[in-house]
Design a protein around this ligand. Structure first.
Ligand SMILES: *Cc1c(COP(=O)(O)O)cnc(C)c1O
Length: 385
């Protein structure tokens, strides 16, 4: 058979020369995955490649690297950090079950709990992130899952993960951790009893404020397989170009993270000396709630922390402070090279919030520290105007 031009374009006769080698992982785009023959198709199983939606060698490579960073065994990518949270909750909760969510958890995680409670007959309760072993009093016979976040990414309390995990495991309850702040570098969650570690790769793994992605890592094969099935049924897929961007950023993550940590601690210390600030909520600072757990479990800190302004400053004044910053931009997310600053209305987020003074959160980027401090200093000067 001599193919016609249209066929030749689709089935080129050219085969690429062998002998090519390079560092980057190849980007395998695919919806259709090809099988060698019918028998191979009929015998294909979940662990193999079956369809692009469920992964290609590109995404499998990233999953393996992410599992290794957290010292886990299995990883699933999700289209965003929030999708990774939803994947965990939707896998392990069904009608009649109960979930305990830390009061300092990522806002949409709390909202997801409210939605599951309203529409799916699941009870969602919120607990004091510093409850520690006291969580055992909240565990009911139908409690299946406990969500923790270390530290909470606005109010920065560091939970006692070991105490929460041992209380949970004594009652056969799973513990899921939002480990985004530590990037899996400063905290190895499975060594402290955590069952499932979720991260927003959108933050440090991307490092460039340009990709949305999430991950769920476990050491337990059964938990992994259950989540893999739910991810498939929810149709959660990830674009391989995005996966490539994360693969590209990952090798520099440890040194970027260390730089964020160093810069943030310098700025946090400087802020501590300022009369306008009553409290610096940075886990490495002794007066940060749960500092002793950070000291025990973590080997470093992220670039994200918050401060409480002296209550004599009104919200309008601290808003003006934020508006007056020039290097610090106003925006959600973090983990990129650019510094960011966001004021939060804590009483709207947490009805039981009692701390006085306005809370402002800083993401410390990779700019020169002296310039960042000068920017904050000129911003603080606007307070007295
Ligand atoms: C950003 C973030 C998420 C959600 O990640 P997205 O990719 O933006 O959906 C979850 N948890 C924490 C702590 C985060 O900072």
């Amino acid at each position: 058979m001599k193919p016609h031009p249209a066929t030749k374009i689709i089935h080129p006769e050219f085969t690429v020369p062998e002998g090519f080698a390079a560092f980057p992982t190849a980007i395998h785009h695919a919806s259709t995955v090809l099988f060698e023959d019918v028998a191979a198709m009929r015998n294909s199983h979940q662990a193999a490649y079956t369809y692009g939606l469920h992964g290609t060698p590109t995404s499998r490579t990233l999953e393996a690297q992410l599992a290794a960073i957290e010292e886990g065994k299995h990883c699933l990518l999700a289209p965003s950090g929030l999708a990774a949270i939803a994947l965990v909750s939707l896998t392990f909760l069904k009608t009649g079950d109960d979930v305990l969510i830390a009061d300092n958890a990522y806002g949409p995680n709390r909202e997801l709990g409210q939605w599951l409670a309203r529409d799916y007959g699941i009870s969602a309760r919120y607990y004091d992130p510093l409850i520690g072993a006291g969580i055992s009093e909240l565990i009911q016979d139908n409690t299946r899952l406990i969500w923790t976040e270390a530290p909470g990414s606005i109010s920065m309390e560091v939970p006692d993960l070991r105490a929460i995990c041992s209380a949970a495991h004594a009652r056969n309850v799973l513990v899921a951790l939002d480990n985004t702040w530590s990037a899996g570098i400063a905290l190895k969650p499975f060594n402290h009893g955590v069952d499932i570690s979720m991260q927003a790769l959108t933050k440090y793994q991307s490092g460039a404020s340009d990709v949305l992605m999430g991950s769920v890592v476990t050491r337990n094969h059964d938990l992994h397989v259950r989540m893999e099935e739910v991810r498939r049924l929810l149709g959660m897929g990830i674009g391989m170009d995005d996966v490539y961007l994360i693969l590209r950023s990952l090798p520099s993550m440890p040194i970027r993270f260390a730089a964020h940590d160093q810069h943030a601690r310098k700025i946090a210390l400087w802020l501590k000396s300022r009369p306008e600030i009553t409290k610096v909520l940075h886990p490495a600072m002794e007066d940060c709630p749960g500092h002793e757990h950070w000291q025990r479990d973590f080997t470093g800190a992220g670039g994200l922390f918050s401060v409480l302004f002296d209550p004599r400053y009104s919200e309008a004044q601290t808003d003006r402070f934020v508006d007056s910053l020039t290097l610090f931009k106003i925006g959600y997310s973090w983990g990129g090279a650019h510094s960011l600053c966001v004021p939060y209305r804590m009483k709207n987020i947490r009805s039981n919030w009692t701390a006085q003074g306005q809370l402002v959160r800083f993401n410390i980027g990779l700019e020169d520290v002296a310039d960042l401090i000068a920017d904050i200093e000129q911003g603080l000067a606007t307070l007295s105007k």
